[in-house]
Design a protein around this ligand. Structure first.
Ligand code: HAM
Length: 421
């Protein structure tokens, strides 16, 4: 019996992992430029965290969670997203008491039982950032700017930033009531999903892709007509800051996002040529979440980018991040009794900061040269009985073909000076 990966999950193999590492590196670098620190939380949590945090009427909680009962009868869930976990961690460790603002970023696997297709998996990865403790438009702008910088630094240009405001909780509640009133007379004409959403989460009807819903969605009341003055002013300030930062955006008053914790600013980064799964990432403000999870009321704003979709977008734009060599130096050991000497030489290279391997299969010199090329090595170091006896190494710099015999102790310095690291 051959056991394979579960549907919607993937191995990331050598050859592909280099791209992932490059993406992680760019994201990590941008996050630190913006003053964010990394946080790692458990991959599984108490199910109640997501029920309360994400909202029972959402697709994620309703249909997509990997939930199971542990041996002690407690219900646990593989995290479908990180914002709830971060809010939990902030409360649990009183992070906002030590410092009134927390800037946190994360990268890791998330789990949702969705129907797999290109850009949609059951185990996928998010890079995200959350800024907690500040309720001012500059916090929203900083977070959006970070998301934008990550995407831009990866070389992705075919992307559109869509933003919207959901207004305050009160504005949202009034709008919800207006939508129910508007859609109810058309209930029987709506798609099945939208009929269900009318009872549970009417704002999500605006998200519907079903042609049956389109004419009704088109004429639905507009959320912006329900905004109170404070919400409207907050929104205008966020837009003005994005203008000042010269970040281009489109206002999309149908953008509602699929998680219940949002209020005020919401946004998505849409890959313009990505097809059905076009959202590279999304986020928004969630001022009620920390309190909902038992903490002192603390505002927050953040986003998450889907790593798989970033990679698809990079591939579509033929962005090739630099793939670093898998070994700087290959030690070619020939004949018997060269192993100890070669291993000591490898240690010397590694202590000098050069990645180095030897051929552990004892293949021919030709095969070992081929391997050195495959690994992207800049130099090879040939060790035979003569070198061992003389305490030397024959170092060949592959770019120039120049070969020099140097003393064992000088081999690393010689490579470093020749390849300029
Ligand atoms: P989300 O929109 O559910 O937001 O997910 C963010 C991104 O994760 C999506 O835009 C997409 O790129 C990626 N993603 C989601 N589901 C899948 C999937 N099944 N397969 C592949 N990629 C996927 C959140 O998760 C919020 N926690 C974002 C946030 C942070 N809001 C505030 N702070």
């Amino acid at each position: 019996m051959r056991i394979q990966t579960i549907r919607g999950t993937h191995d990331i193999l050598p050859g592909e992992i280099e791209l992932w590492q490059a993406v992680e590196e760019v994201a990590r670098r941008q996050a630190s430029l913006y003053g964010f620190s990394e946080i790692r939380t458990p991959v599984f949590e108490d199910t109640r965290l997501f029920l309360r945090g994400i909202g029972e009427s959402t697709d994620i909680v309703g249909k997509e969670m990997y939930t199971f009962t542990d041996k002690n009868d407690e219900s646990v869930t593989l995290r479908p997203e990180m914002t709830a976990s971060i809010a939990r961690a902030v409360v649990q460790h009183s992070l906002l008491e030590q410092n009134p603002v927390a800037r946190l970023w994360y990268f890791g696997p998330m789990f949702r039982r969705e129907r797999p297709q290109k850009g949609r998996q059951r185990q996928f990865h998010q890079f995200g950032a959350e800024l907690l403790g500040a309720r001012n438009p500059e916090a929203d702008a900083e977070v959006i700017a970070l998301a934008w910088s990550v995407v831009a630094s990866l070389g992705i240009t075919r992307v559109r930033l869509e933003i919207n405001t959901l207004g305050s909780q009160a504005a949202r509640a009034a709008y919800r009531a207006a939508l129910v009133e508007y859609f109810t007379p058309h209930r029987e004409e709506l798609s099945e999903d939208s009929r269900n959403r009318l009872d549970t989460n009417p704002l999500r009807i605006l998200d519907s892709k079903s042609p049956a819903d389109a004419p009704f969605v088109e004429r639905a009341p507009r959320l912006h007509d329900f905004l109170d003055d404070e919400s409207r002013s907050y929104w205008q300030q966020v837009c003005a800051l994005l203008d000042a930062l010269e970040i281009p955006y489109t206002v999309s008053d149908r953008l509602v996002r699929g998680l219940d914790y949002y209020e005020h600013t919401v946004f998505e980064l849409i890959g313009t040529e990505l097809g059905a799964q076009a959202a590279l990432g999304g986020g928004g403000r969630y001022d009620g979440l920390v309190e909902q999870l038992g903490g002192k009321p603390s505002p927050g704003v953040g986003f998450a980018l889907g790593a798989e979709r970033l990679l698809i977008a990079m591939e579509a734009e033929k962005v090739v991040p630099p793939v670093s060599a898998r070994a700087d130096v290959m030690v070619i050991a020939l004949g018997d009794d060269t192993a100890a000497y070669s291993l000591r030489l490898l240690s010397l290279f590694r202590r000098a900061g050069l990645s180095a391997v030897s051929d552990v299969q004892r293949r021919s010199m030709k095969a070992q040269f081929r391997e050195a090329n495959r690994l992207g090595a800049k130099a090879v170091c040939i060790i035979g009985a003569d070198e061992v006896a003389a305490g030397t190494a024959a170092v060949k710099i592959l770019a120039t073909g120049e070969q020099t015999t140097v003393a064992f102790a000088h081999a690393a310095a010689h490579v470093l000076s020749a390849v300029g690291q």
